[in-house]
Design a binder for this molecule. Structure first.
Ligand code: DON
Length: 304
């Protein structure tokens, strides 16, 4: 068995010293205030042993990582009917691009780009009685952590500046692929992106995708086939136009967010989360990717 504790300490020490940390996202004003020097890593293994280092207990905005959680909740509600509203192909485009949406008649390429998550939010508005409360309660239930919550300042900040998402939602609506009004869908979408968690909480939430649909609390929400599909989508679409590079360097399904978080997992083995707010030019955490590359290289463990 790998000595995760000393491997994580070693990686943290090496990475912390990097001079090029990338650039903090500033298109959502509230995110630009974050200290670029933060660095946390947490790992939870299949025997529920947890390891963490650095700023792993400090909360940050999970942003697009929440798209996996939206997807899993919608998938558990409506099953394969989901794929009538969106595709499962990598986009090869940045997360916020609109061009493919127009070419493909308002059917988003996959659920992990902004357009796809907006359609998932529309579906959830139909199937949840109290969408915002039910979504956060789902996250709390699968992790057993009732302290996880929305960051309303971040939600508000994005609502005021999210013009690209308004454009995407309007375009999707014009093709008839949104049933609710744009404002209600985006209000839910912006809230979902604003969920704040630390690395230790993220691995508890994502344990369900590492553990065949059984969450940390031993309850089953997704069947094995659904988890296979969600992990496949994370591998092929979780890092937008850098999904190939992430698979090449790290070799795990995972998901990033512009708050600087990344969560990744090796099915039946471990779930790992990193937080370093500086992003590379593709919008993925620069040092987070490096840390995960070192983890799979030093342990010799990846899906390949
Ligand atoms: O909609 C947005 O642009 C953000 N709330 C989320 C983008 C994001 O995290 C992309 N991930 N790397």
């Amino acid at each position: 068995m790998s000595d995760y504790k000393s491997i994580l300490n070693k990686i943290h020490g090496t990475i912390k010293a990097s001079s090029d940390k990338g650039k903090v996202a500033d298109y959502i004003p509230e995110l630009s205030k974050i200290d670029i020097n933060k660095l946390g890593i947490a790992l939870l293994d299949n025997e529920k042993n947890s390891y963490s280092v650095g700023d792993a207990q400090e909360k940050f905005s999970i942003q697009s990582i929440s798209k996996v959680l939206l997807l899993s909740l919608a998938f558990s509600k409506i099953g394969d009917a989901l794929w009538e509203r969106m595709d499962v192909e990598p986009s090869g485009d940045p997360f916020n691009h609109l061009s493919l949406l127009e070419l493909e008649n308002g059917i988003p390429r996959n659920p992990l780009i902004n357009a796809g998550a907006i359609v998932v939010c529309d579906i959830l508005l139909e199937h949840l009685e109290h969408p915002k409360a039910d979504f956060i309660n789902y996250i709390r239930a699968i992790s057993g952590d009732n302290t996880i919550d929305y960051d309303l300042n971040v939600a508000d900040s994005e609502k005021k500046t999210g013009f690209g998402n308004y454009a995407a939602a309007n375009l999707i609506k014009s093709y008839g692929n949104l049933n609710h009004d744009v404002d209600s869908v985006l209000d839910f979408y912006f809230h979902s992106c604003s969920v704040a968690m630390n690395c230790e909480q993220l691995v508890k939430v994502f344990y369900i995708f590492m553990n065949r649909g059984n969450c940390l609390q031993e309850n089953n929400y997704l069947n094995v086939s659904q988890v296979k599909r969600i992990n496949a989508i994370m591998l092929t679409c979780g890092f937008y136009d850098e999904a190939g590079e992430f698979a090449f360097e790290v070799g795990l399904p995972g998901k990033s967010g512009v708050g600087g978080g990344i969560v990744a997992l090796l099915p039946n083995q471990f779930c790992v989360a990193t937080w370093s707010p500086g992003l590379n030019e593709k919008g993925n955490s620069k040092l987070g990717m490096l840390a995960l590359e070192q983890l799979t290289t030093q342990t010799g463990l990846s899906i390949f």
